[in-house]
Write a protein that binds this ligand. Sequence first.
Ligand code: ZN
Length: 381
Amino acid sequence: MATQHASLKRLRPPLSGFIVDGFNFCEADVRHYLLTHAHSDHTCGLHASFDLGTVYCSSVTARVLRATIGLPEKRITTIDVGQSIEVEGVQITALDAGHCPGSLMFLLEHLATGHTALHTGDMRASQDVREAVCAALLRRGLLRLCHRCNHSPSPTTSAIAATAAATAAAETTDAAASPSPLAVDVLYLDTTYSSPRWRFPPQPDALRCLAAVTAAELRREPRTLFVVGSYQVGKEKAIAAVARAAGGRALLSERRALSLKLCGLWDAELHTVDAADPQVRVHVMPLSAGVEAHEAMGALLQRHGERYAAVVTFRPTGWAYSKSDEAGLPKPWVEGAGSTRMYGVPYSEHSSWEELQAYTDTAHGVIQWERSLVVIASLQP
Ligand SMILES: [Zn+2]
């Protein structure tokens, strides 16, 4: 969830010609608007007649914007993961944010001064994502060696890191004392969770948990309908994990199906918009919680009573994290004499605490922390 705060939207000089995810914070002297991804808390303020400048985003986000907001093609410049473009003396590189389809982080370099900033919107800083940041910083000469990533580098990172390590070893000056900047000068973190108490499992573990609970519920009651809570974009892996474990298809609204197609994730084996499809075992609905969720499950049972004997709802979100669940499968909240059952599963598309720590270390080259400025906004400390 993006914070709506001007200090995190317009970048600091000399990059103040750019606003990130800030269409409610447009200014007359800014013509360049970076957009990290298509979630509504980041696109808010953007509309079809937007004419204050250019929107820079990924191809996936651009397709979603054109289809849902009606933003004209001429207003959009696409930049995809690994690509760099130059805009008014600023080199912009797009990095994978690991959040939802098409989500980006932006590395900006002011070519005249060497000033650098890394803007992070919503992200899941998994090891892959961190290594890609490390590789980009190494490639741009902004980092000599990432001590964290170097422990288990990817092949690409490994080659770059090895070169950087050799260069660093050959130098006689102490890197920490070097006047040249290492890593980024300003790191913008617009993060949802920022506290040691948020320790989500890695996504693959959370997906295995969803599959295991689905299998266990089917053993308990073979005529179970599963509901997966989802946003308009995001949670696609959770939907697929439950559909596969249930051995059927997920029923989606036309609107949700369109977003899957725009993201290139539509799979006819796993998804359908046909409510009469006999393979439907999963419904995809907006995330709900509490008594309302049980009431919705009860209504589903009434509507489909001839086909299903129980409804199980999954809330795949970091907000569902509970330390007591770390030991095994999560416990359901059961109502209706066992016929409606709700599980919170900490499948998160945001970073856990350890990932956030490792990411900030990478972005600052570990030893350069005291030289860098970190601008943080967090909804949930
Ligand atoms: Zn988001």
